[in-house]
Write a protein that binds this ligand. Structure first.
Ligand code: 5GP
Ligand code: MN
Length: 332
């Protein structure tokens, strides 16, 4: 283990640094990675962000996003970066399996590994850990990390924009259970650093494609099942939807939240057919832990009220499995 003072000393001279985050990066994954990139790169370090898979095009406006490498497009060079790195930052994930197959390279590196994350039950693989499940987002932890590292540090507009993006998206625009006092306090500081909230809103939410909106309309109209008797609502997205609506990476983001707007729905599930597996997204209200359900049944995890997992069964079998879980759980 190393402490913050040792990390500070390491960072006093230019280092080779890799920043990575989870597969299918969301706003917090991209925000935390690029915030750290935009903090470290101007200090003279050689920094590369490597995402295990592509990131959605609606993050294409984020400061220095064109410096991000997609591991899938560049495995050999990405692995070489890890072998040669002095420091590797792992952001917004708690288990190296979340970056598979990029994780294999980690077996052959002397780099100091830094884990900054807010998911439940982190695995023990880092030399320095900043982990807090009460943090609203990994971006909150990046802000706190920079404060720890350099108490007098004043954010640049680029860093502020990235941190705000993660806070905004992980808190569901300051509305879900992850929202905490720090989210507001940090945002106030970010405004002083030049954050432009309207600019972020336009880039993030007013810059989309018609096909995506038509897809959401169809999903809510035809592909959503509400089982008030079980307290659940689920939406199915299959390969045909992907074809019909020309679905792009990230287009289903947020869809899982819609069934929760119904009073009697306590748990919402998005069931998405992918090339080899079925990807599941769970959201819940109150004290119902979908993290436990994902961990015990779907090789997944996350947060109490927002978790994910995967199923290797067929689509109908997956739906039956979900229904039988909630017949037993009796959440209503
Ligand atoms: P989402 O449903 O938006 O994909 O993910 C919700 C939360 O669960 C996120 O914090 C995400 O990192 C986590 N999560 C999603 N899928 C998985 C998974 O397969 N395994 C684990 N451990 N966490 C996941
Ligand atoms: Mn997060």
């Amino acid at each position: 283990m190393i402490n913050i003072a040792e990390l500070y000393t390491l960072l006093e001279t230019p280092k080779k640094i890799v920043i990575t985050t989870h597969q299918k990066p969301d706003g917090d994954a991209m925000g935390s990675s690029l915030a750290l990139y935009n903090y470290l790169a101007p200090k003279g370090h050689f920094v590369r962000v490597v995402t295990p898979t592509d990131f959605p095009t609606y993050f294409n406006w984020m400061p220095n996003c064109d410096e991000v490498w997609n591991y899938e497009e560049n495995p050999t060079l990405s692995n070489a970066l890890v072998y040669e790195a002095d420091i590797i930052f792992c952001l917004d994930f708690n288990d190296l399996s979340r970056i598979d197959p990029f994780n294999k390279a980690f077996e052959q590196t002397q780099a100091k590994i830094v884990l900054i994350d807010h998911h439940l039950y982190p695995k023990d693989f880092a030399h320095f850990i900043l982990h807090d499940v009460k943090a609203c987002s990994t971006c909150e932890l990046i802000y706190r990390f920079l404060e720890l590292l350099e108490p007098a540090y004043k954010c640049s507009k680029e860093v502020a924009t990235c941190i705000y993006t993660g806070i905004l998206t992980d808190t569901g625009s300051f509305s879900n259970g992850a929202t905490n006092k720090k989210a507001f306090e940090i945002t106030a500081q970010l405004l002083d650093a030049g954050l432009n909230i309207i600019e972020v809103q336009e880039n993030l939410n007013q810059n989309g494609r018609e096909e995506k909106l038509r897809f959401i309309g169809n999903a809510l109209n035809r592909k959503m099942t509400i089982r008030e008797d079980l307290g659940i609502g689920y939406i199915i997205v299959d390969r045909k939807d992907a074809y019909t609506y020309n679905l792009q990476n990230g287009d289903t983001e947020g869809l899982v939240n819609y069934p929760l707007s119904i009073e009697k729905v306590k748990v919402a599930i998005l069931i998405k057919q992918e090339a080899k597996i079925i990807k599941l997204s769970f959201r819940s209200k109150g004290t119902i832990s979908v993290e436990k359900i994902c961990r015990e049944n779907f090789e997944g995890g996350g947060h109490r009220n927002a978790s994910g997992g995967k199923s290797f069964l067929s689509l109908p079998e997956t739906i039956n499995k979900i229904i039988s879980i909630f017949e037993k759980e009796k959440i209503v």
